[in-house]
Each structure stands twice: as C-alpha cells, then as structure tokens.
Design a protein. Structure first.
Lengths: 210, 210
DNA sequence: GTCTATATTTCGATAGAC
DNA sequence: GTCTATCGAAATATAGAC
C-alpha cells in the first residue's frame, strides 16, 4: 500500500496529480482541499484522478508518504557538514543546517499536515517521525560518537546527548512555526550559540584547551 | 470578536453547545466534525446552535479561544511547586509537572487542533502560544530568577535559561505525541534527570556543594 | 428560545462518449 | 486514458410552528 501500488496506473498525468496534491494538501490541509480544485491545479479532469487513485483518502496517503520519503533524502544531506572542525564550530554548523531544514516552508507544511491528520491516518505519524527526526538524530549521533572517540567529548550516551543538543537547538521555534508565528530571524544565531554553550558545558571534555 | 461576542445570546444551552464543541472539535478536528453530530452531542437542535453562533467557523473560533484561556489557568497552577527545595530537586519537580501538563490528552488535543487550523484561523496560533507556553516560560523564569538571587545559579539570562530547560525537558516528546506515537512512559523520569543534569552543568553555581 | 422539517450547497465519486 | 456531464450523499444553514 505504498505510493506506487496506490497509483493504479502510473503515467505522466499521475505525476501531475501527485504534484498538485502535494501543493494543495500541504497548503490547505486535507479537509479544506476538494477534488475540483485538485483537478484544476493538476490540469486534468476529476475522472482522471479517479482513474489513478481510488479515493481522496488514497491520494492523500500516497502524497504524504511520498513527501515523507523525500524528506529522508533532504535530511540525509549535510551529514558531513561537520568534518574536521573544532567541536563548537562543528556544532554551530550542524545547528544552522538543522534549523534551516526545520524552518523550511515545505517541511513545516508537511509536518503540519501530518499532525493534523494523524488521527485519521495514524501510520503517517510513524512514517514522518522515522523519516525526518529519526534521520537527523542518527546523523548527529554518529558525529558525536566520532567526536567522543577523538576525545572531544566526555564518555556519555551519545544518542541522548544528540537528543539534548537537538532539543536545545529547536527550543520553542518548532512550536511557534507550527502555530504560524515564527520568531524574528535575528534571534536564531544567538540561540544557536547558547545551545552549543550549554551542550559543551555538560558534554565537552574538561581537559580540552578552551 | 471573543467567545462572548461570538455568542449572540448567552444561556444554558449555549454552554452545552460550547462544551460539546470542545469535545468534538478537539477529538476529531474541525473538518471531521459536522453540525448534526454537534447538535446531538450537545443535546440540542441544530437550529439552536445557529441561534447562538453565526456559523460553524464562528463556533469553532469561540471554542478554541475559550479553551486557550482555560489553559492559562491550568498552567498557572503549580507555579509554587518548587518552594524551599534544593536546586536539582526543585527542577525535577518542575520537570514532572511540565511534562504531565504537556502530555495530558486535553492539551495535546487542543494543540493539535490549533496547529491543524492555524492556516484557516491564523489568530489562534498566537492566542495559544501566549497562553500555555508563554505562561509556563514566565513561571519558570520567575523561579530561576529567585534561585539566581539566592546564589544557586550563576549570573545569567534567566529567561533564556528557562527556555533551554524547558526545551531539554520537552525533547522530542512533544513532536512524538503530536504525531500520535508517544514514547513509553518509563523513559520519562530518566529523561528528566538528564535534562536537570545538563541544565545544572551549564547554570548551576560552581561553588555549591555537590 | 427551541424544536422539526426542509432548503441549498458543496463535494466525492461515476457513467458514458471519444 | 482522458474528458464532459452528472449523480447522490452529506453537510451547512434556514423557515416556520410552538
């Protein structure tokens, strides 16, 4: 029951439909999007949509799954952003990349959509979580593990350390963005610096020069 | 345009309607709730609903606003949970209270609803943010300010410290709950301890006995 | 103020021609 | 495979009696 099998008859028009569905569902949500608007946006007729997808719900599920998969790709990039740098510099770079991704309109829209429909489509929540946050957490954990082996960190549970670092970075930014009231951009860089400072205070190797 | 003025004709039945609206909207969301179900749940006729509220949207807005205001009251309680205790004990207690509130089904449901409809009703996001997270942040900042004056904390920006502490507590719990996949409860207390440990590593007074 | 019954609209889904 | 045209259900909103 993935995006492929949900599409009964793959073709170019099926792609157009999926693209339009992504735009409209992400912008307006499931309930506020109707099939007429969807057909118009895709440049096809409603009947064509139903030739490819059994129902509005099936189309939504296929769309959401596809977008979550794309997310995995996006978040996996930047994994090596922190090569060969001092700990705090590397963490700052990771922080910027993380917040950039977190604040991008496509990701925010997708997350809002998934949250909104997580009761109607319970599986989506799991898929999303495994995609974006899961990938990021794994990626950061790997970096911290390397840093620990190199003596930059104290001996610790690197996965929990990664969770804490990401939490410090996220702050209430995530919530505010989801609520439609993002904080001014000027607050971002100081917040990253403070997140790094707190992380280093707990996990930085005491013996390192500072 | 608040909950009062949105209700054209206050009465006992108007209360019943608002109560039913809270339950259904929070459980099922705006789109999946219809006026027939609402009337049945409230024990009144549809016409009665429309005698008190101009439209489904008006009823939703009134309901959401009222629930956000109630939230302020809930979160303000527990402000003095941390009186006369050692720093880490107090922080642990604050942490438990915070997570309890964060995880309560009513609050999660309300938040999900507000996020889901934050494009259709942009004002709601602001109202919610000012209510729950705003109150909590203020409350924790006050405690930290007192602790700082008593010499338990280093000299610091207590508001930012409060933000970081709450972020550490929240972790990705919030996200996972909103996505419908909460982590096992057993992970909660260790996570709180670790949050406190990281916070104290950065902000705890170095001279204090440990 | 509240009800029953109904009007009206919106929207998901389909039939049938090409 | 795709379109035009349409059906039928569901849902919002209202009319009119009490």
């Amino acid at each position: 029951m993935d995006a492929v099998s949900a599409c009964k008859n793959p073709s170019k028009k099926a792609e157009q439909v999926l693209d339009a569905a992504r735009r409209l569902f992400v912008e307006r949500g499931f309930g506020a999007t109707n099939m007429d608007a969807l057909a118009a946006a895709a440049g096809v007729s409603k009947a064509t949509i139903y030739a490819h997808y059994d129902s509005k719900e099936a189309l939504f599920a296929a769309t959401a799954r596809r977008e979550c998969r794309r997310l995995v790709v996006r978040m996996a990039i930047g994994e090596d952003v922190a090569e060969h740098r001092a700990l705090d510099t590397a963490l700052t770079h990771i922080g910027r990349a993380f917040l950039d991704a977190l604040m991008s309109p496509e990701i925010v829209g997708l997350l809002r959509m998934v949250i909104a429909e997580s009761t109607r489509f319970p599986e989506l929540g799991q898929i999303y979580y495994d995609s974006a946050p899961g990938q990021t957490l794994t990626s950061v954990t790997c970096y911290l593990e390397r840093a620990r082996r190199e003596g930059l960190l104290i001996d610790c549970d690197t996965r929990r350390a990664a969770e804490q670092f990401l939490s410090l970075l996220r702050g209430d930014l995530h919530l505010r963005i989801l609520l439609g009231h993002p904080p001014p951009r000027a607050e971002r860089d100081p917040a990253i610096d403070e997140a790094v400072a707190t992380f280093v205070a707990r996990y930085g190797a005491r013996a390192s020069a500072s």
